[in-house]
Design a protein. Sequence first.
Length: 135
Amino acid sequence: MNTKLHAVTDADGRPIRFFMTAGQVSDYTGAAALLGSLPKAEWLLADRGYGADWFRDALKDKGIKPCIPGRKSRKKAIKYDKRRYKRRNRIELMFGRLKDWRRIATRYDRCPKVFFSPVARAATVKCWLETMNKS
């Protein structure tokens, strides 16, 4: 069984929320699930998989400006702030740091419920260590 991990992070790349879907499920499912629990923010940076018009409209209704490039197959190009979008690497770094944990990187646990536990533990420890290093 394959899974996708969807995450919401703060501006520093610290995870706030996670949602797991089956691997073959569209990213829109994860976007819809996390939409209601988004924190107050000025901008939301996301990759092309979250670039649906309904998701952009929902973000605008919440007062959040989307910085999401359009899919390459779109007929009309979407404008987005390319300089701001480069900061999305913090999200990728967060996923990379989670994969520093061998259990997450190698996916020993195939059951999504069992796999989610070490993900949450790794995220908690990662945030705690970053907080301790800043003080």
